[in-house]
Design a protein around this ligand. Structure first.
Ligand code: NDP
Length: 478
């Protein structure tokens, strides 16, 4: 019988109520591994283990927390090729993208190892005599982490590392489609001597485990990345329980291309932002808003570039675009193409690909001359599809860019300092890119969006402290 990769609760590897096969979206007949599925009762045990571990972990010294996170970071970096291969097989991004994501996870742990040493508070004189005030940060407590499939190691890492750096204990529920990367990460934490209960991993259905976590009053805070629908559901449950919350959700990110843009830079930014990682990035450039004078040249150059992109097995060296994550996601992508065609939109590419291995492959697709009001420009598609919208001037470009319920990332390609500056000020987004793809961020600065894309404090960098700590103001009379 195949080995079953177990849940990790209270420092022990424990079987689940059931198990499921983790398959390769490029080769669905290939099983990467069998992973335990935890029950609602297991979720409660994981929360109890985290609660029990909290007094000890939250009282460790910054040096102890630094040392754990640093050695986890080193282990991840040292095994990046091997872990990246597993990640590429379970998620479908290309091997270089998967190794890059794994290295990012390692860098994140090393960054937060440093943050553990940099913790500080404020010492402030009172407005009253003989009183001093100290404002200090304390851990929030037990944090529930619920993560999606599209960055199966980086997102667990960028939630877990700051949580641990500031003395919290965590329960991680990774996406059902991609348990392997999270499992490896927790194996490394265990091997590096993470204290029992400080980190717990429960794998299985969000409907079962997520709901059990949401109903558990012993979780002090939730950090969630995923779809808007699930995020709003979690928000409602957290509001009822007064649980601290951080949500990172979808995007419909605009990339504006002005007529003074360097065409090569603009096309490279659009193609990278829209199609790399199979377009399955919350920061993907899904609306290409193009100034009329450069529209034809941009479309022609983009058409040529995407026709040359190699779609195929993520492990093949020449592959640039891997498969879509699942048959359901592929069907959903194709349904959006049908919607576009029914609205009379010309589509370049986008067809599902027949492949000997029966993987969920799809050519990158570009929908031309679309209107921002169309459904394809309102809803997040989350696949290798982008639409092009023609605009008459800069003001219209900004208005269209901002005319969306989302606000994660927004980009502009221009040589005009004035346009770049105005766009940075006017874009209603958490992140703004100039002459760069909307996707692709650094790990030591704030990550997150506005409007329907995000809720609560930012993730990553030192800003992560806002979510993973709570302030205490102490008054001391001499
Ligand atoms: P989902 O919202 O479907 O799932 C995200 C996580 O929530 C999974 O672990 C899932 O479990 C879990 N979940 C499902 N139902 C519940 C529930 N009732 N209660 C609690 N948890 C639940 O999103 P996807 O995984 O499909 O990810 C794709 C989405 O994530 C896209 O919309 C994308 O834009 C967004 N995303 C946003 C990012 C950002 O930073 N803004 C980054 C990456 C993705 P299970 O897998 O078992 O269903």
């Amino acid at each position: 019988m195949a080995e079953i990769h177990k849940n990790y609760i209270g420092g022990a590897w424990v079987a689940g109520a059931d198990a499921s096969d983790n398959t390769n979206p490029a080769k669905p007949a290939e099983i990467i591994g069998t992973y335990a599925m935890a029950s609602a009762a297991d979720a409660d045990k994981a929360v109890a283990a985290a609660r029990q571990a909290l007094p000890e972990w939250s009282n460790t010294t910054p040096q102890q927390r630094h040392d754990l996170l640093d050695s986890v970071g080193n282990q991840i970096l040292g095994r990046a090729d091997e872990i990246g291969k597993t990640l590429a097989r379970e998620e479908g991004k290309t091997l270089p993208e998967a190794i890059g994501e794994t290295m990012r996870a390692g860098q994140v742990f090393k960054f937060f190892a440093g943050e553990a040493l940099r913790q500080s508070g404020e010492f402030i004189p009172s407005v009253r005599p003989n009183i001093d005030i100290e404002v200090s940060r304390e851990p929030v407590g037990v944090v529930g982490l619920i993560t999606p499939w599209n960055f199966p190691i980086a997102i667990p890492a960028w939630k877990m590392a700051p949580a641990l750096a500031w003395g919290n204990c965590v329960v991680l529920k990774p996406a059902s489609l991609t348990p392997a990367s999270a499992h490896v990460l927790v194996e490394i934490l265990d091997a590096c001597g993470c204290p029992k209960g400080a980190v717990n991993l429960i794998m299985g259905s969000g409907g079962v485990l997520g709901e059990a976590m949401l109903a558990n009053a012993d979780i002090d805070a939730f950090s969630f990345t995923g779809s808007v629908a699930t995020g709003r559901h979690i928000a409602a449950a957290c509001a009822a329980m007064q649980t601290k919350l951080q949500l990172e959700m979808g995007g419909k990110n605009p990339l504006v291309v002005m007529d003074d843009a360097d065409l090569d830079i603009a096309v490279a930014a659009a193609v990278n932002g829209a199609f790399f990682s199979t377009g399955q990035r919350c920061t993907a450039s899904s609306r290409l808003i193009v100034h009329a004078p450069i529209y034809d040249a941009f479309v022609e150059a983009t058409r040529k570039t995407i026709k040359a992109l190699k779609v195929g097995n993520p492990l093949d060296a020449e592959t640039q675009i891997g498969p879509v994550i699942s048959p359901e996601q592929l069907q959903s992508n194709l349904a959006y193409l049908d919607i576009a065609k029914k609205e009379g939109i010309e589509v370049i590419g986008g067809a599902a690909l027949d492949h000997a291995d029966k993987g969920y492959f799809q050519n990158p697709g570009l929908m031309l001359d679309t209107k921002n009001q169309m459904r394809i420009n309102r809803e997040e598609i989350f696949g290798p599809l982008a639409s092009v919208i023609k605009v008459g001037d800069f003001d219209e470009a900004v208005a269209v860019a901002n005319d969306t319920e989302f606000g994660l990332s927004a980009g502009i390609c221009t040589k005009s300092l004035s346009h770049a500056r105005q766009f940075r000020k006017q874009a209603q987004a958490g992140m703004v890119m100039v002459n760069l793809p909307t996707a692709g961020v650094d790990y030591h600065v704030a990550f997150g969006g506005r409007k329907g894309s995000s809720f609560g404090p930012r993730e990553q960098g030192r800003y992560a402290a806002e979510f993973y700590t709570t302030l205490k103001t102490s008054y001391i009379q001499a």
